[in-house]
Design a protein around this ligand. Structure first.
Ligand SMILES: C[S@@+](CC[C@H](N)C(=O)[O-])C[C@H]1O[C@@H](n2cnc3c(N)ncnc32)[C@H](O)[C@@H]1O
Length: 350
């Protein structure tokens, strides 16, 4: 996967265009809901300046490019795909007044009212997380979810997710991907798995999510890929055998789980992983990971309905995932990638 100077310039141009495009959409949402954004002025820690954020974004993209240059994945330069994804702009913009309306009245139980008959879904899940229309329970929500995430992070979400692939690439080095399994827990619409399969087409991957519409979207995104499975289930009760997974990954799920569910899901991960298996947690940075962004951690759950975020931001992750061994962290702008390994079985003492 050799890269050239022309590709590097194209990469820089594309990422700049993405930041401008998605950042403008975030700004539109912010202007429409400016009353709710007074939360930003009341944070305990200072909110970073635009210059600080721009510097951190530049570092994120510089590392992304280095990873592509090192051959971990092809340079992300699929402009046609980007253009197709950008078309969701219309639906995103159309939805802003509804989101703002919910923000103003702290409305987060519409999804629950709609799904009231659905006894199989836990209550904590039936909320309008991020004040998004339909919560995780509608096809329309699944359709614009990725655009919303990209706008929220001003065009950096894909690059942050790609960083979660780095320890996976290292783990797979020297192994046959056709004999390895990767489970994405809370896979959403399959964004990360689509990327993984574009780099590792032989890897056996499973998308697990509680949302039927999001999982349907993931199926659609991965329709041309082979060796894929889709499971509609809860992270805290996975219908998978003990020690059956080589690599488990979970991206932006754990901050949305109530503390008890978080602990149950963490236990499940340790159970389904094979000894010697790898677990990658990619989620929000926590307090102190990047102190200049602590003010954003204060503001985030106030701006968007995130009922469990505050406790997550102070959770001891090594303790939470006590069944697997913490092997290190990597901070990629606003996302922390934590690596865990399930210890190999102890050789019997003589
Ligand atoms: C913030 S989204 C993250 C989606 C995706 N991983 C990404 O990178 O954007 C959280 C996802 O987790 C799913 N989810 C929430 N609670 C869950 C649970 N207890 N078990 C499985 N999936 C869950 C939601 O349906 C949603 O798709």
């Amino acid at each position: 996967m050799a890269t050239s100077r022309a590709q590097q310039l194209a990469f820089a141009g594309l990422q700049t265009a993405r930041v401008a495009f998605y950042g403008a959409h975030y700004l539109a949402a912010r202007l429409a809901g400016r009353e709710s954004f007074s939360a930003i002025e009341k944070t305990e820690h200072p909110v970073p300046s635009l210059a600080t954020m721009a510097r951190a974004m530049t570092e994120l993209f510089a590392q992304d490019w280095k990873n592509a240059e090192a051959g971990l994945y092809p340079a992300p330069l699929n402009i046609l795909k980007e253009a197709r994804r950008a078309l969701a702009s219309i639906d995103y913009l159309r939805d802003i007044p509804e989101v703002v309306n919910r923000q103003k009245r702290h409305g987060h139980s519409e999804a629950m009212a709609k799904a009231a008959q659905d006894k199989k879904l836990p209550r904590y899940f039936q909320q309008n997380f991020h004040y998004q229309t339909g919560g995780y329970l509608s096809e329309d929500s699944a359709k614009i979810y990725d655009f919303q995430v990209e706008a929220l992070f001003a065009g950096t979400a894909e690059a942050m997710r790609r960083r979660a692939y780095v320890p996976i690439a290292e783990y797979l080095e020297g192994r046959d991907p056709a004999k390895a399994t990767l489970l994405d827990i809370g896979a959403g619409t399959g964004r990360f798995l689509s990327f993984v399969k574009s780099v590792q087409p032989e890897l056996n991957v499973t998308a697990l999510d509680l949302s039927a519409p999001y999982l349907a979207r993931a199926k659609r995104a991965l329709r041309h890929a082979t060796r894929t499975k889709f499971i509609e289930a809860a992270a805290e009760d996975m219908p998978l055998k003990d020690a059956s997974v080589d690599i488990a990954v979970s991206i932006y799920l754990f901050h949305e789980l109530p503390p008890k569910v978080r602990a149950a899901a963490a236990k499940e991960i340790a159970r389904v992983l094979k000894p010697g298996g790898l677990f990658i947690l990619a989620d929000t940075i926590q307090y102190g990971d990047a102190p200049e962004f602590d003010g954003l951690i204060d503001a985030f759950p106030e701006l968007l309905h995130e009922p469990y975020y505050k406790t997550y931001a102070r959770t001891d992750l090594a303790k939470l995932f006590g069944g697997v061994k913490h092997a290190g962290d990597d901070v990629a702008y606003l996302t922390k990638i934590s690596v865990f390994e399930k210890p190999k079985r102890n050789s019997r003492k003589r």
